[in-house]
Design a protein around this ligand. Sequence first.
Ligand code: CMC
Length: 427
Amino acid sequence: MEEFVTLTYNGQEIKLPVVIGTEGEKAIDISTLRQDTGFITLDPGYANTGSCLSAITYMDGEKGILRYRGIPVEQLAAHATFKETAYLLINGKLPNREQLTHFSVMLNDNSLVHEDLRTFFQSFPRASHPMGILSAMVNALRSFYPELGSTEEEINITMTRLLAKVRTMAAMSYKISRGHKVIYPRPDMTYCENFLNMMFDTPVKPYEINRAAVNALRVFWILHADHEQNCSTSAVRVVGSARVNLYAAISSGIAALWGPLHGGANQAVIEMLSTIQADGGDPIKAIEKAKDKNDPFRLMGFGHRVYKTYDPRAKIMKKMCDELLETMQIDDPLLDIAKELEEVARKDSYFIDHNLYPNIDFYSGIVLRAVGIPTNMFTVMFAIGRLPGWIAQWKESMDDPKWKICRPRQVYTGNQEYEFVPIHARI
Ligand code: CMC
């Protein structure tokens, strides 16, 4: 039976339909609100606004649940490859052997990048942030690969091309930034091995595959693969809604992810932990600073718009961090500081009352450090992981029969109409 919510204003009543998702999530459909009443809704930061119906990712922030296409992220992190996870997100179901082989072949076939892109890379100033470079480079792919096509097979090629090339471009930017020879992708390696090889292989010292590092990267990318309608994914959907090409939509997602409140938090956490270390290693000062409402500082890697309990991804990341450091016999003092900081924060009434728990970025930087990734590349690593999610969300929005260009409204609070005054008469 269809449910409704009744809205009453000045004696006038209107019935708004209730929409219920497969996990019982409820929404009020206000799509005819303005037309029926003249009202719009106001929701800064869209904290209560559902922008779409989506069958990709389910999150329950109160219970700490995260599932891709129905499969718990814990199971994927334990058993799946990143390639399978990407296929699952984009195509809606796990691939069979034949589909996975076809997908792997397509990824390999598209993993090289146009040699002219190198010139483009080399033109950026030395200290450029890799996220700015990646966003620009992904947008530039449209010029290097103009054939986008409109059939399912052609769109699949564009999506696979992006998945394959972003990984190559990320490693290439690292090599160029160090003035080293670029290492090309190898078809005999897995997605994760290939990336590490392109990053760390050199003509004088061949890269030896480190199983623990490969596994850490696999889990890291799976945990980042999608997170429903977050800031960067919404950017991809909003920009994509103007029917720009996929590269431009993804480039906007990369730009949004760069922010320290979003994906840039993994770099910011390491910088924060290093500052605490340089300051003597006492976490109390950082906690007090984060609680001070006159200080803009926030405890990086803590808090989340949706999770009001421990981020399920952070749980896996923390465990993996411990195991990885032990296997690789690394003693990272930043891990000790992070654990101490977490312990103090979780006993502090401010953090308890505000439901502030560590999020995925709190321990992920320490994992990436152990793998050998430089700090300024951390958010690029997040972007590579998030790519399948962005692509899946873009595809879903393009296939939506109720598609509309995204165009929110506002409540205007500026001047009312007044006359233009010529410059000689202005005071
Ligand atoms: N440190 C101190 N106080 C905090 C923090 C924090 N990290 N996060 C939230 N708060 C406080 C905030 O000051 C506010 O307090 P009050 O209600 O007393 O004014 C309250 O908690 C609610 O905060 P909010 O800013 O309204 O919450 P939000 O949902 O808009 O922000 C957030 C979510 C993730 C941007 C925020 O928690 C934050 O800035 N965290 C630090 C940055 C970070 O770790 N980002 C990574 C997020 S996970 C990766 C991803 O997927 O993007």
